[in-house]
Design a protein around this ligand. Structure first.
Ligand code: BJW
Ligand code: ZN
Length: 242
């Protein structure tokens, strides 16, 4: 099966990869859902919303500060590094991530489409202006926007919020013209990200899923590799180079 995939990759020109929390789990970043889903104690549906921020911005900021601290201590793993190397095998390569942890960038990937923002950036909850400098937030005294007085929040995409239009439309365009689409470490349930692999397959791409657990995408996939990405992706690169 791996051999077949290697042959297909060698013939393909245009590749899209979509990653989710699973790719960072071997770095020590907990996933949102599933067995290892450590955010578990704090369901994203309860904290990653404007309603939660409006009713209890202190708790929401405590959650983000805790995650920032945790994420700032971890490093990319072999899965992230393999996706840097994978780019070399295609004329056109697009890395789309739902993750907010910057680990792809730290590994050396370029032009990443960050669908759900970045946890290290801040913006205003009202006027959406980005706060240029990296500032630490005291949850008990949240700084206010210098333009409109709105509370400062992390620049991530919460449930019910629109994704950045330019980023999501580029993600769809690239997915719909790909020869091969890799879905890596995502539960594939959060939209619109979860539509990308489906649209890509409908437009003719070979769909590959890498995830130790099955997802709603698994039945649709042409190849399903039931492995952690940090183990599987370096093996794939090794075979491609051989
Ligand atoms: C491994 C591994 C290893 C473990 N190796 N793998 C139908 C259609 C369209 C939209 C909707 C719809 N129904 C509902 C909606 C709305 C909603 C949605 O999709 N809800 C679903 C739950 C159904 N979507 C939205 O609200 C989005 N906006 C939107 O649709 O705007 C239009 C609109 C506006 C107004 C009204 C209605 C529509 C926005 C979604 C934003 C998601 N935000 C979050 C938080 C980001 C900020 C933060 O980090 O704090 O994004 S939620 C959370 O889920 C986070 C993730 O990026 C996202 C996806 O999770 P992911 O990455 O898949 O992680 P897990 O934990 O779920 O899965 C990990 C996987 O890894 C598992 O499968 C493991 O097996 C695997 N794994 N170890 C490989 N070693
Ligand atoms: Zn503002």
């Amino acid at each position: 099966m791996l051999e077949n995939l290697v042959e297909i990759i060698k013939k393909s020109k245009n590749c899209v990869v979509l990653t989710g929390a699973g790719i960072s789990s071997e770095s020590g970043v907990p996933t949102f859902r599933g067995k290892e889903g450590l955010w578990g104690k704090f369901r994203p549906e309860e904290l990653a919303t404007m309603e939660a921020f409006m009713s209890n911005s202190q708790v929401v900021w405590e959650w983000y500060n805790w995650r920032r601290e945790l994420m700032s201590k971890v490093k990319p793993n072999p899965g992230h590094y393999a996706l840097v190397e994978l780019a070399e095998f295609f004329d056109d390569y697009t890395l789309i991530t739902q993750n907010v942890d910057s680990l792809h960038k730290m590994a050396g990937s370029e032009d990443i489409l960050e669908l759900h923002g970045n946890i290290y950036r801040n913006k205003c909850m009202n006027c959406n202006k980005i706060v240029d400098e990296e500032i630490e937030i005291d949850p008990e005294s949240i700084p206010l926007c210098i333009y409109c007085g709105g509370k400062i929040r992390p620049d991530v995409v919460w449930f019910g919020e629109m994704l950045n239009e330019l980023i999501i439309s580029e993600a769809f365009t690239k997915s719909e013209t790909a020869d091969i689409f890799l879905s890596v470490g995502t539960s594939a349930i959060v939209h619109p990200a979860a539509s990308l692999p489906v649209n890509s397959k409908r437009s003719g791409a070979i769909l590959v899923e890498i995830n130790p657990e099955m997802t709603p995408l698994t039945d649709l996939a042409d190849f399903y590799f039931e492995y952690p990405s940090g183990e599987f992706l370096p093996k794939l690169i090794e075979k491609l180079k051989a």
